[in-house]
Design a protein around this ligand. Sequence first.
Ligand SMILES: Cc1cc2nc3c(=O)[nH]c(=O)nc-3n(C[C@H](O)[C@H](O)[C@H](O)COP(=O)(O)O)c2cc1C
Length: 204
Amino acid sequence: MFYDTRKGDHGLPRNPFKSCVVPRPIGWITSISAAGAVNLAPYSFFNGVAGEPPMVMFATNGRKPDGSGKDSVANCEATGEFVVNIATWALREAMNRTSLHAPGAVDEFELAGLETEASALVRPPRVKASPIHLECRFHQTVELPARDPESRNAIVIGEVIGVHIADSVLTEGLVDMEKVKPIARLGYLDYTRVDHVFSMRRPG
Ligand SMILES: Cc1cc2nc3c(=O)[nH]c(=O)nc-3n(C[C@H](O)[C@H](O)[C@H](O)COP(=O)(O)O)c2cc1C
């Protein structure tokens, strides 16, 4: 089959696009508002985009039911810092709860029964139970086109200035994915879990 995304003429029961770019890792973003409210939310338009210095991005799509933009983006832009917590199989339910559209003043850590842990270099706290945290300094927002003029699609880019890795997920000095068990988004309501790893050498 073929469809023109501008016409949306796929004829399928659901838009298949998000099932075509998979799996998408989940950046579980902690930020703090200008007024000091702590915020936590998952973003699966998320990835690492450079290694030296390490950089990450997450992208906001759409808007909240009250029409306003997403808190994580506003907070990063206002205070210049965020933390990426890696979402794992063990934390899947808590991660999902923090996606609730909550007013800016609601602390999603409380909502999901999660403990915080202070960061080393930035103000937003970490999700204590997550085995990997990336402390980030806001770099830039890149605006994207949005079909709905009321929505904001934009990419937030940050420089990773500090990395925490729990000793419990290291095996002989390597980050062991079978211990981390990160989860990632597929299309529809589906997720996957990294629990099988294979290696390949590049040619030459
Ligand atoms: C697994 C998962 C992935 C998500 N990925 C995104 C995303 O990439 N971009 C986005 O705008 N919203 C995404 N959402 C929805 C946001 O988490 C949700 O809108 C949240 O309320 C935003 O919170 P904030 O306003 O505190 O930033 C995702 C939700 C879940 C459960």
